[in-house]
Design a protein around this ligand. Structure first.
Ligand code: SF4
Ligand code: SF4
Length: 342
């Protein structure tokens, strides 16, 4: 384990940024935080979490896929892909680190999504342990340890220092570059910090949220549950919950007419939208209840059914904080049988 003084953290960022783009949480004018590229003068935010997750850096909200140039009757296909440069994402919380395992199972599986895979190959994740989890956090329900995040490098912030532990080859290479700015150290301060966070986690209101009613094989019990009517009745179909979610992975592919050609791009889509997966024959899900049910059944039943029991929610709490009608996955879980256990 290595450490640097918090006073020296900007030197660490500058050193990282010499060889790779560095992204980290930065405070925004509206009081929220967002992942931004670091440059001299940019200050690392102490916010617990960003509104949009770091998923955006690997699976951007909009991304060009290819282009076509037309001239008369001829069409030229243009590969718009650029080689992805090395980049480092600093300050990823344990829940968001786990979201990459969920996304990887979708995108890095035959057929491999080369756009996502190339960014995963080049990106280095520096995970940051939580010190002040919020009452909307429930990562523990999914077996995630907020005090022990596991990226390429794990980092812990205490009152006066930042501690690092490399977990992968990429992480070791990064820490090697930081050798002159960090020093070898013991683990006592980190262990004390972990214990403090663990104690806070135990007292959070959602600490005992029970996932027992969900998982693979539960479609028959849950699909036709009468509770879906009430749960979905006020849903606006705004898609906010899907856009802030680190594990949502649906996208649409669209063509933009440039006048003498076409740019084909993809952009995030939402199963909460009325035109989601609309096909020539019409729409698969005609009501908001069906769309709403799809979102939660996918996270809590279909995804784990196809992915060795892994839920497609990491308990980050973003949808709890952002839904305009205060509906969220916790209310769905409680209503459908996931009770607070003793
Ligand atoms: S659950 Fe909330 S955030 Fe999600 S689509 Fe419905 S109203 Fe919007
Ligand atoms: S469903 Fe909500 S709590 Fe779960 S990962 Fe998505 S935004 Fe976070």
């Amino acid at each position: 384990m290595r450490k640097c003084s918090l006073n020296a953290v900007n030197e660490v960022f500058a050193e990282i940024a010499k060889a790779a783009k560095l992204y980290l949480p930065v405070d925004q004018a509206d009081g929220s935080a967002a992942f931004k590229e670091w440059e001299n003068g940019v200050t690392w935010s102490s916010a617990l979490n960003t509104v949009k997750s770091p998923k955006d850096l690997f699976f951007p909200q909009t991304e060009d896929l290819m282009a076509f140039k037309t001239e008369g009757k001829s069409i030229e296909v243009i590969d718009t892909r650029r080689e992805v440069e090395d980049f480092v994402v600093f300050g990823v919380r344990a829940c968001d680190v786990k979201s990459f395992e969920i996304l990887d199972r979708v995108f890095i599986k035959e057929p491999v999504d080369s756009y996502y895979a190339s960014k995963r190959e080049k990106g280095v994740i520096v995970a940051l342990a939580c010190t002040k989890p919020s009452e909307t956090c429930f990562c523990t329900a999914f077996g995630i340890c907020a005090e022990e995040p596991c990226g390429d490098v794990s980092a812990w912030k205490t009152e006066d220092a930042l501690y690092f532990r490399a977990n992968t080859e990429k992480g070791e290479a990064l820490m090697k570059r930081l050798e002159a700015l960090t020093e070898e150290c013991g683990e006592d301060a980190v262990n004390a910090q972990k214990e403090k966070t663990a104690q806070i986690m135990k007292k959070l209101p959602l600490a005992k949220l029970d996932t027992g009613a969900f998982g693979g094989g539960k479609t028959e019990q849950l699909f036709n549950a009468p509770e879906w009517d009430e749960l979905s009745s006020a849903c606006l179909g705004c898609g906010t919950c899907t856009f802030v979610c680190p594990t949502c992975q649906c996208y649409d592919i669209k063509d933009f007419n440039t006048g003498n050609g076409v740019i084909r791009y993809r952009c995030w889509d939402s199963c909460m939208y009325s035109e989601f997966t609309k096909m020539a024959h019409g729409n698969n899900r005609l009501t908001q209840k069906e769309r709403f049910r799809q979102r939660f059944m996918h996270k809590l039943v279909y995804y784990p059914e196809n992915n060795d029991g892994l839920f497609s929610c990491v308990g980050c709490g973003r949808c709890l904080a952002k839904c305009p009608i205060s509906m969220n996955i916790v209310k769905v879980m409680k209503k459908l049988g996931g009770k607070d256990s003793e």
